[in-house]
Write a protein that binds this ligand. Structure first.
Ligand SMILES: CC(=O)N[C@H]1[C@@H](OP(=O)(O)OP(=O)(O)OC[C@H]2O[C@@H](n3ccc(=O)[nH]c3=O)[C@H](O)[C@@H]2O)O[C@H](CO)[C@@H](O)[C@@H]1O[C@H](C)C(=O)N[C@@H](C)C(=O)N[C@H](CCC(=O)O)C(=O)O
Ligand SMILES: Nc1ncnc2c1ncn2[C@@H]1O[C@H](COP(=O)(O)OP(=O)(O)OP(=O)(O)O)[C@@H](O)[C@H]1O
Ligand SMILES: N[C@H](CCC[C@H](N)C(=O)O)C(=O)O
Ligand SMILES: [Mg+2]
Length: 487
């Protein structure tokens, strides 16, 4: 039984009209999901305002309405709760409704522009190897132990999130490793959660369409650390100058990791090849299956987190050495053709630069680097010319193509990218809007030993065009095309 008065614990109430002892049959923030005896919470969104759907939610059976602005006419049969911030209240309501599941787990959130999925995926695997059952909430998939559940968002909405955490705790998970996207933090999807710790990987250019300015984007990430309790740890990448900003106002225990400076957790890159990385961590030399300096940061973040969760250092390093990269992150596509094809989720300028620099560092002779790249529609437009420019600087040939155009015209997205291609690089680029054709083109112009990078979609198994998700898997397409060319 879930009584309204208990569910409202910790929400900032302004007024209540009606019965606080109402027994709730459910909670929802979408009127289309409202049902008999449920609580509907009206949230202001980016497309519309949930307050417009209060009548519809009541018509479908809602007996409690939580909102920031009360309707002009109140019904006797409904309890109305006025709060200062519905989205934030939703976080607490969802936590309370599911019995505060985060308090039953050691919950660690990872935020940052790049590396979140990699870090949480490594943590989930590591803790499995250390003998724990743990949960995972990531862009690629959600997991309860080894059971895989599909993910729709990097960070689920507050209701889905708390439902999943409850399921994890009920099924005996001791830990959960989750990504906290900047969208989720500002939309308070994580409000009310009890974190054991939070990790900051890095911050670079992305999502300015949503946050408006880079400062607002930084503030969004910082909110996660500002909200941590003193019992939690805040672990930040010291080599990113915004790491210190994340720690400015936190009550949590401050910890840092670095490849360059003195800090709590330090690593040195001993060797870096297409087979993996050799790092020295705490004076121990360890081999890892992940590729690229940027993954040295992810591995160090994972190591630091595990140690802060009281796991023994040597055992952590032994087990971490055996973990696999996340799907679609620097994934080599096997082939007999001799062409080295890599699928990677780089969809920001920084990620693309890191991946291409890593690829360049592996060149031993005259191998050509061909990059297939597009940019997502209805997302930050300012990253488009930057991603094209970086691709040109660090590749021999660039095929500009489509990513997920969503509701934009693919050619308009490519034109935005072309503004980043200076005259000296015109001849390096080809425009092939159809992604499969673009991959075919890249492979057809490559020879054994050459490297083809297919960037931007990583693990995704669809291409989103005009609201429809068409099956499309870079790895499968690359495999098919390589096979066809080797026959
Ligand atoms: C831009 C954005 O983040 N949007 C998210 C947001 O929706 P919104 O604010 O746009 O909602 P809205 O459509 O304006 O509706 C406002 C309210 O009216 C309600 N409504 C609406 C219609 C109706 O008939 N009845 C009704 O009650 C809605 O349920 C909502 O509560 O809140 C919704 C519920 O949590 C999310 O599903 C939705 O994600 C959209 C689909 C999305 O694409 N989000 C992406 C950008 C996102 O969140 N990405 C991050 C990762 C980014 C990264 O890489 O770092 C993620 O965490 O996945
Ligand atoms: N620590 C890092 N620093 C910079 N780039 C990285 C780092 N880790 C991974 N990358 C690059 O960023 C891409 C995305 O990595 P990952 O999926 O781990 O990040 P994410 O933060 O979860 O991204 P998203 O915001 O889309 O969920 C990788 O494919 C790789 O190209
Ligand atoms: N979480 C990111 C993923 C981008 C992936 C890329 N393939 C694209 O569609 O832009 C976003 O929603 O902006
Ligand atoms: Mg992710």
């Amino acid at each position: 039984m879930a009584l309204l008065k208990d569910i409202l614990y910790k929400t900032n109430l302004i007024s209540v009209a009606g019965d606080m002892n109402t027994d709730l049959g459910g909670i929802c923030f979408d009127s289309r999901e409202s049902k008999q005896g449920c609580l509907f919470i009206a949230v202001r969104g980016t497309q519309t305002d949930g307050h417009q759907y209060i009548d519809q939610a009541i018509a479908k059976g809602a007996s409690v309405v939580v909102c920031e602005d009360l309707p002009a006419k109140l019904l006797d049969t409904v309890t109305y709760v006025k709060v200062d911030n519905s989205a934030r209240a939703l976080g607490f309501i969802a936590s309370n409704f599911y019995g505060n599941p985060s308090s039953r787990l050691k919950l660690v959130a990872v935020t940052g522009t790049n590396g979140k999925t990699t870090t949480v995926t490594l943590l989930h695997q590591l803790f499995g190897k250390l003998g724990y059952k743990s949960g995972l909430l990531s862009t690629v998939e959600n997991k309860i132990g080894e059971e895989v559940l599909p993910a729709t968002h990097t960070t689920p909405d507050a209701i889905a999130l708390n439902r999943l955490l409850k399921e994890m705790a009920d099924q005996g998970c001791t830990h959960c490793f989750m990504e906290a996207s900047s969208h989720a933090i500002v939309q308070h999807r994580v409000a009310g959660l009890q974190f054991a710790g939070a990790v900051f990987t890095n911050i670079s250019h992305d999502h300015l369409d949503y946050h408006g300015t880079f400062d607002e984007y930084i503030k969004a990430k910082k909110m996660l650390f500002d909200g941590l309790p003193s019992s939690a740890f805040a672990l930040v990448n010291e080599d990113d100058k915004r790491g210190a900003i994340m720690l400015q106002n936190t009550k949590a225990v401050k910890k840092s990791y670095s490849l360059k400076h003195m800090s709590d957790f330090r690593a040195k890159v001993l060797s870096n090849s297409i087979q993996g990385l050799e790092l020295q961590i705490d004076n121990i030399d360890v081999w890892f299956k992940l590729v690229g300096d940027f993954n040295a940061y992810n591995l160090l973040a994972v190591y630091g987190t595990a140690v802060l969760l009281d796991e023994p250092t040597e055992e952590v390093l032994t087990q971490l050495s055996d973990v696999d990269p996340a799907r679609g992150r620097f994934q080599l596509v096997p082939s007999t053709s001799g062409i080295v094809a890599i699928v990677d989720y780089a969809h920001t300028p920084d990620a693309l630069e890191n991946v291409l620099k890593t690829i360049k560092s592996f060149r031993t002779g005259n191998e050509t680097v061909v990059t297939v790249v597009g940019c997502g529609g209805n997302r930050d437009k300012t990253k488009r010319p930057l991603m094209a420019a970086i691709s040109c600087q660090l590749s021999d040939k660039v095929i500009l193509t489509s990513d997920n155009p969503r509701f934009e015209d693919p050619m308009e997205i490519i034109k935005d990218m072309q503004t980043g291609v200076g005259p000296s690089n015109y001849r390096k680029t080809l425009v092939v809007p159809d992604r499969k054709e673009a991959i075919k083109t890249a492979i057809s112009i490559s020879h054994p030993g050459d490297i083809v990078l297919v960037a931007g979609k990583g693990h995704e198994t669809y291409q989103e065009i005009q609201g429809v998700k068409h099956p499309f898997d870079d790895k499968k397409v690359v495999t098919e095309v390589l096979k066809a060319f080797s026959e």
